[in-house]
Write a protein that binds this ligand. Structure first.
Ligand SMILES: Cc1ncc(COP(=O)(O)O)c(C=O)c1O
Length: 373
């Protein structure tokens, strides 16, 4: 049975622009050119403009955007890269993929992004880069992290996979570090109809290396300067993203209005609600509350027709992939607590006010019940 309030309703979102999506798909099929063509070129120009960065280089997915950014920066074996303890595992996997070591630091309990003081303490002579994550759409404190990176001569790579449209001090994510890695996974604020990713940067040489790396290490047919990979956004996905980009700000405004309604309706409840730093523009990719009996609350809400998800039930260092490294990792209490208590409430731009109120009523009833059980 489908829930009364779905977590994220992509079919409903796409129904609001079905004609434009059909036209975008038809344009590519009619043109008959599918890899590295006009759609990719136009989308890269439009997304660079949107973020305020000089360059946008599209790639196959968000993980590749991170991996290729690190490779293009020359980061590899023997290097350390500072990452947050609370993130989707891709942030860590990218560091591991280039042969470097992810050095995790905890996150701030308020905005849930990288704790700048902890990052400063984690810098060693082997540190080459910091990869903060704009978790749930809240920008990390890039001003403070940029100062730290500059002080130690480190690269600063934004993991912006959840932050399309987020900003700090009015400057959009994507133009706040050395480079920013984006995902266009379908469920993101700006999502394709399949996998997709991009890197934005102001650095001309870095952009050139990324264009080479993503296409078999080649800028000229059958001339391969480096051992690159095949990681390209295809023309179909680029055409879809071109059609969606002009709507992103309106979707984010709708997300923000839902978040504001949640904040008002859930104030004073048993749950810890998201907090927003004063200089931050939140993209509201996810609205994440914290509850001691998180799994119990999720099940009770499901029975009331409200679909919630957990992002993420284990921190990366609690995963099998990092079992061997785990013994050398210091405690990350905030990240671990988030993994145990985080619950993401429904957040689609297409949710109606009455659906949002339905969520609020259900959460208030069930959270209170849990607290007093
Ligand atoms: C924080 C973060 N980093 C990286 C990624 C990787 O993106 P993708 O799924 O497109 O590879 C994701 C999304 O899945 C993410 O949420």
């Amino acid at each position: 049975m489908s829930p009364d309030v779905p977590f994220y309703d992509l079919a409903a979102l796409h129904a609001t622009m079905r004609g434009e999506l059909d036209a975008a798909l038809a344009r590519v099929v009619t043109r008959g050119w599918f890899i590295l063509g006009e759609e990719v070129e136009q989308f890269e120009a439009a997304f660079a403009r949107y973020t305020g960065a000089r360059h946008c280089v599209t790639v196959g997915n968000g993980l590749d955007a991170l991996v290729l950014s690190l490779r293009a920066l020359g980061i590899g074996a023997g290097d350390e890269v500072i990452v947050p303890g609370a993130t989707f595992i891709a942030t860590w996997l990218a560091v591991s993929a280039v042969g470097a070591t992810p050095v995790p630091v905890d996150v701030d309990p308020g905005d849930r992004t990288m704790d700048v003081g902890a990052a400063a303490s984690a810098v060693t002579s082997r540190t080459r880069a910091i990869v903060p994550v704009h978790l749930y759409g809240h920008p990390a404190d890039m001003c403070a992290l940029r100062a730290l990176a500059e002080r130690h001569g480190l690269a600063l790579v934004e993991d912006a996979a959840q932050a399309h449209g987020a900003a700090q001090g009015g400057v959009r994510c994507g133009a706040l570090g050395t480079a920013a890695a984006w995902s266009f996974y379908p469920g993101k604020n700006l999502g394709a109809l399949g996998d997709g990713g991009a890197v934005t940067t102001d650095d001309d040489a870095l952009a050139h290396r990324l264009r080479t790396l993503r296409n078999y290490g080649s800028r000229q047919r059958y001339v391969h300067e480096v051992a690159g990979v095949n990681s390209r956004l295809d023309e179909v996905q680029a055409a879809v993203l071109r059609a969606k980009l002009p709507r992103l700000d309106a979707w984010n405004t709708a997300r923000g209005a839902i978040a504001a309604r949640y904040a008002e309706g859930l104030a004073g409840s048993e749950l810890a609600l998201p907090r927003v730093r004063d200089d931050a523009t939140h993209a509201w990719h996810l609205y994440v509350v914290e509850c001691d009996d998180r799994d119990g609350l999720r099940d009770r809400l499901a029975r009331r027709g409200v679909e919630c998800h957990v992002h993420y039930p284990r921190a990366p260092h609690q995963q099998g992939a990092y079992r061997e490294a785990a013994s050398g990792i210091p405690p990350l209490p905030v990240s671990e607590r988030l993994a145990a208590t985080a619950l993401s409430l429904p957040l689609s731009p297409t949710l109606t006010a009455s659906q949002v109120d339905r969520v609020i009523d259900a959460v208030r009833a069930e959270a209170g019940h849990l607290a007093h059980a």
